[in-house]
Design a protein around this ligand. Sequence first.
Ligand code: 13P
Length: 253
Amino acid sequence: MRKPMIAGNWKMNKNRDEALQFIYNVNQEVPGKEFVDTVIASQDPVLRDLVKRQGDNLRIAAQNMHEKTEGAFTGETSAELLENLGVAYVIIGHSERRAYYNESDASVNKKLHQAFRYGLTPILCVGESLETREAGETDMFVKGQIKEALKGLGSEQVKELVIAYEPIWAIGTGKTASADQANETIGVIRESVSALYDASVSDMTRILYGGSVKPANIDELIAKEDIDGALVGGASLDPKSFLTLVEAAAPKK
Ligand code: 13P
């Protein structure tokens, strides 16, 4: 019922030539959008170039945006500008932004509201540190992140929202959460959306897994009931490996 999604998060990688080359390489190969939503999140300065060259089955995302509409916020990008550029999605609250740029649950919440105001679909990231997992507090922690992030959002917005569960200890480390671990915590996230809204909402919300996803582990992850796709860093940089992930997520006919 939920359409799978594979979103590549390039982070601060690829110059303009490399970014354009990637899009040329994958455009013709991406499976139909009736099967899987395929998204690439690039650095801001090439967003427009990529939007202009995106094929029918590919959409472009920003990796962050500011919560305010406009003003004296040097170095920031507004939701309005992203919308003007034709960007479809925006990643909000990635753990790297939370860790290095002090993003709080409160600012994540404001950004979600602002993204919806400008017709952008947010990809909300949540996930625990190794310390939190080892203390057995993962469920409580992610529930708290979800509750704070979704404050004031309506059911229709939450149905459209994409959530990415990215355990911090699995990002860029080569350590993937096992498919069972990922499915279990994603189940907890879905339950908390259901408790805040109801099951008709949480049944629609797509929840991705992120953290060292690669061609070798995608099949096992995507086979799990609650995992609707992946948010992928390192393995999204190479067109071949990215396409393998997208093809694995497209339902087999
Ligand atoms: P890796 O796939 O490189 O572990 O990164 C995951 C991630 O942070 C995607 O947003």
